[in-house]
Write a protein that binds this ligand. Structure first.
Ligand SMILES: Nc1ncnc2c1ncn2[C@@H]1O[C@H](COP(=O)(O)OP(=O)(O)O)[C@@H](O)[C@H]1O
Ligand SMILES: CC(=O)N[C@@H](CCC(=O)OP(=O)(O)O)C(=O)O
Length: 250
């Protein structure tokens, strides 16, 4: 019987992608040499905000989700697909890894629907993934995928990269989802919470300890575990586990 290859999904936030340490490349190489499939979903939030400001567009986020009017959607596409993704692909290729940049227009890779158009504008969530094609692509190369989806009738949608990564990891039945960011894990009184249950996460939400960009990460991490991903972590270093999520089935 042919064994299913394990899949690892790593989401890299926009802050993290500019300063990837050598441990990042070492760990990706280790997984690759062990025969695992590796998919990287990249963010680029700070870069989108920087370019929006340069172009005198308003920057507004609600609970970590960018309010995206049609002009901001154009900037988002240009920044993610023209700046952030090629830079990451270049870093990976320079370290000797086979790599392919991917986006929703490759063979209907990510289909989506609007989240709440009156509140967020051109923002969506991923509803369907061409996982058969994606799995085949990941046999021979590391995928680097942007968090943009398209509706059935072809409208592009800006998707939060953490939410997209969780959905894609679930669809691929990934062994592991790592959200790589600029903090060493979920922090409470300055210390990393090593194991986070949903009950404790809700307490931290209510105490406003978990805020802003950390909110979609926490929701995405539990959603991934509930939908079949085996392990989920938030860290700033692939060599350290940071916060591991604990999902207790009710
Ligand atoms: N409890 C918390 N622990 C750690 N970081 C938190 C917490 N609450 C809010 N944050 C913020 O979340 C940020 C990470 O989210 P974000 O900036 O969106 O990162 P990324 O670009 O990696 O997606 C941290 O830099 C920190 O400012
Ligand atoms: C809808 C929405 O908020 N989309 C995100 C997509 C990029 C992202 O998530 O980047 P980080 O992972 O670096 O935050 C945004 O426009 O910022």
């Amino acid at each position: 019987m042919k064994m299913m290859k394990e899949t690892i999904v790593v989401k890299i936030g926009g802050n993290a992608s500019d300063n990837l340490p050598s441990t990042f490349f070492e760990q990706i190489k280790t997984w690759w040499s062990m025969g695992k499939r590796v998919l990287i979903i990249h963010g680029g939030g700070p870069q989108i905000s920087e370019w929006s400001e340069k172009l005198h567009l308003d920057v507004e986020k609600i609970n970590g989700v960018r309010v995206t009017d049609p002009e901001t959607l154009d900037v988002t596409k240009a920044v993610l697909l023209g700046l952030v993704q090629p830079k990451l692909c270049q870093f990976l290729a320079n370290s000797g890894l086979p790599v392919i940049g991917l986006n929703s227009s490759d063979n209907h890779l990510l289909e989506g629907k609007y989240l709440n158009q009156s509140q967020y504008g051109e923002v969506g969530q991923v509803t369907h993934i061409n996982s058969k094609w994606l799995s085949q692509e990941l046999e021979n190369q590391i995928g680097v995928l942007a968090p943009l989806a398209q509706t059935k009738d072809g409208h592009w949608l800006n998707v939060n990269a953490d939410t997209a990564a969780a959905k894609i990891a679930s669809q691929l039945q990934a062994e592991e989802l790592v959200l790589l960011t600029d903090v060493p894990g979920v922090l409470n009184s300055g210390k990393v919470v090593p194991q986070l249950t949903e009950t404790f996460a809700n307490e931290l939400f209510q105490q406003h300890v978990i805020k802003s960009g950390m909110m979609p990460k926490i929701k995405a991490s539990f959603a991934a575990l509930k939908n079949g991903v085996h392990q989920t972590f938030i860290t700033n270093d692939l060599g350290r586990p940071g916060t591991q999520f604990q999902y207790v089935e009710k």
